[in-house]
Design a protein around this ligand. Structure first.
Ligand code: GDP
Ligand code: IMO
Ligand code: MG
Length: 432
C-alpha cells in the first residue's frame, strides 16, 4: 500500500551568504569573498561575466579574477559559475591557466552551469560597435560583450554551456547563429564559421567534467548544511533595473538574482554589503558626489583607482550615503564591509553626502529617470579626518577616534553595522 510521505522536508538554513557591491562596482568584493571563502564550502558567481575584475592580494602577490569566483585560492573551496553568468570560454581557460602557473589547481573544484550563456567573440565585436555608434552618448562599457550576450539570451538566440555536451548539435546551432550574424548588413566583420566551431570543439575538451547542473549541486549542498557564498559582481547602482539606467550593466546585480542566477529557492540569507569609504565609478553616467578637482585626484592616486579589467582611471568622489542606503535597502543588507578606509588616512576633513537636492527640493532616494539623476546635487556633511596610519589595525575598536566616529556616522545613517573595515590591499589588512 502506498504510504503518504510523512518525512519532513529538510529546511534550508541561513548557510547562504551574499557579498554584494552597494555602489558602481570595484568596492573590494573580491578581497572580502576571498577572506570569507576560507570558511565556505562553495563560492558561486550568479551574474555578469568578464566585465568583473576582482582583486585579491596575498603576501604581495596580486590575483585579478574576471570570471572565476574569488574562492579559488582556498584549495578546499568549490567554485561555481552559475546559470546567471555569461561566459567567454577562451578567456576563462586563460584565467584557469594563469592560476595553474602560480600553483592553483581547479581540478574537481570548478563547476560551470550547463545553463550559463556562452559569450562569443561576436558579442564583443557588437559591444564595441554599439559603443562607437552611440558616440558621446556611449555607456562606457568594458567591451567584454556583456550587453549583446544578455540580449541574445533574452531574445532566446544564445547557446548555453550544456550545448557543448553534444558537439554535433552545438556546431549546428553555432553555425546557424553565426550565419545570421554574418548576414547583418553593414557590419565591418565576418566570422570564419568553421574556425569558430573548431575552436569551441577544442575548448569543450578542456572543460571536461566542469559543466554540470550547478543548480542541483547547490540545492543539495544547502540541504546538507554546507555553506555557500554568493559572490556579487558589478555593483547595485549598475543593476539593469535599479541602477542609474541606462548607464548600467545588462544583468541584475542585486541580491534578488542570487536565487534565479544560481537556481536555488528563495530563502533566508546573510546579506553583506560592500562599500568604499569614498565612492568611485568607471564608465559614463551620473555620479552625484564626483570630485572633478584636486581632492578627486588625490583619492584616485592614494587609492590607486584604475580599473582592474580595463585599466581606465576611476572617477572619484565622496561617499554617497543616499545611494548606499538605497542599495542597502534593495539588498536587505545586514552587515557592511567598509573598504579602503586607509585611503582617507591623510585627509584633514571628509565629506559625506546625506541628502540630494533636486530642483530645489531635498530628497533622500535615487530618482528613476536619467534626466533627474543628472540634475541631482549632493548635500554634504563634513566630518573631521584622523590623519593617522590605520594600516596595521586589526580590531575596529582600535581605530583612531575620528575614524570610529566616521564609521558610527555611516552605521547610524544606514542602520547597518560595519563588521569589517578594509585598511590595505592585503588579505590580512581587514579590521573586524
Ligand atoms: P571588486 O571588483 O569589488 O572586487 O574590487 P576591485 O578588485 O575591482 O577593486 C578594489 C581595489 O581596491 C583593488 O585594487 C584592491 O586590491 C583594492 N582594495 C581592496 N580593499 C582595500 C582596502 O581596504 N584598502 C586599500 N588601500 N585597497 C583595497
Ligand atoms: P566588478 O565586479 C566597475 C561598468 C562599466 C560600464 C557599465 C556597463 O569588478 O565590480 P558592461 O561592460 O557591463 O556592459 O559595462 O558597467 N562595469 C563595472 N564597473 N566594476 C565592475 O565589475 C563593472 N562591470 C561593469 O564600466 O560603466
Ligand atoms: Mg572590480
Amino acid at each position: 500500500m502506498n504510504q503518504p510521505n510523512t518525512s519532513k522536508p529538510k529546511l534550508f538554513s541561513t548557510r547562504l551568504t551574499a557579498v554584494i557591491g552597494l555602489n558602481w562596482g570595484d568596492e573590494g568584493k573580491g578581497k572580502l569573498v576571498d577572506i570569507l571563502a576560507s570558511k565556505s564550502q562553495f563560492v558561486a558567481r550568479f551574474g555578469g561575466g568578464a566585465n568583473a575584475g576582482h582583486t585579491i592580494v596575498v603576501k604581495g602577490q596580486k590575483v585579478v579574477l574576471h570570471q572565476l569566483p574569488s574562492g579559488v585560492l582556498h584549495p578546499q573551496t568549490k567554485n561555481v559559475i552559475g546559470n546567471g553568468c555569461v561566459v567567454h570560454l577562451p578567456t576563462l581557460i586563460e584565467e584557469i591557466e594563469e592560476l595553474e602557473k602560480i600553483g592553483v589547481n581547479l581540478t574537481d573544484r570548478l563547476f560551470i552551469s550547463d545553463r550559463a550563456t556562452i559569450l562569443f567573440d561576436f558579442h564583443k565585436e557588437l559591444d564595441g560597435l554599439s559603443e562607437s555608434a552611440l558616440g558621446t552618448k556611449k555607456i562606457g562599457t568594458t567591451k567584454r560583450g556583456i550587453g549583446p550576450a544578455y540580449a541574445d539570451r533574452v531574445n532566446r538566440r544564445s547557446l548555453r554551456m550544456g550545448d557543448l555536451a553534444n558537439l554535433e548539435t552545438f556546431a549546428a546551432k553555432l553555425r546557424e547563429r553565426l550565419e545570421e550574424v554574418n548576414k547583418v548588413k553593414g557590419l565591418p566583420f565576418k566570422f570564419d564559421i568553421e574556425r569558430e566551431i573548431t575552436l569551441y570543439q577544442d575548448l569543450a575538451e578542456r572543460l571536461e567534467g566542469m559543466i554540470c547542473d550547478t543548480s542541483a549541486l547547490l540545492q543539495e549542498a544547502l540541504t546538507d548544511g554546507k555553506t555557500v557564498l554568493a559572490e556579487g559582481a558589478q555593483g547595485s547602482l549598475l543593476d539593469i533595473e535599479f541602477g542609474t539606467f541606462p548607464f548600467v550593466t545588462s544583468s541584475t546585480t542585486t541580491a534578488g538574482n542570487i536565487f534565479s542566477g544560481l537556481g536555488i529557492p528563495p530563502q533566508n540569507f546573510n546579506s553583506i554589503g560592500v562599500a568604499k569609504a569614498y565612492t568611485t565609478r568607471v564608465g559614463e553616467g551620473p555620479f552625484t558626489t564626483e570630485l572633478l578637482n584636486e581632492t578627486g585626484e588625490k583619492l584616485r592616486e592614494v587609492g590607486a583607482e584604475f580599473g582592474a579589467t580595463t585599466g581606465r582611471p576611476r572617477r572619484c568622489g565622496w561617499m554617497d550615503l543616499v545611494a548606499t542606503k538605497y542599495s542597502a535597502k534593495l539588498n536587505g543588507t545586514t552587515a557592511l564591509n567598509l573598504t579602503k578606509l586607509d585611503v582617507l588616512n591623510d585627509f584633514k576633513e571628509i565629506q559625506v553626502c546625506t541628502k540630494y537636492s533636486l530642483d530645489g527640493e531635498e530628497i533622500e532616494t535615487l530618482p528613476a529617470t536619467i534626466e533627474e539623476l543628472e540634475r541631482v546635487e549632493p548635500i554634504f556633511e563634513t566630518l573631521p579626518g584622523w590623519q593617522t596610519d590605520t594600516s596595521a589595525v586589526k580590531n575596529i575598536s582600535e581605530l583612531p577616534e575620528n575614524a570610529k566616529a566616521y564609521i558610527k556616522f555611516i552605521e547610524d545613517y544606514l542602520k547597518v553595522p560595519v563588521n569589517w573595515v578594509g585598511v590595505g590591499v592585503e588579505r590580512e589588512a581587514m579590521a573586524s
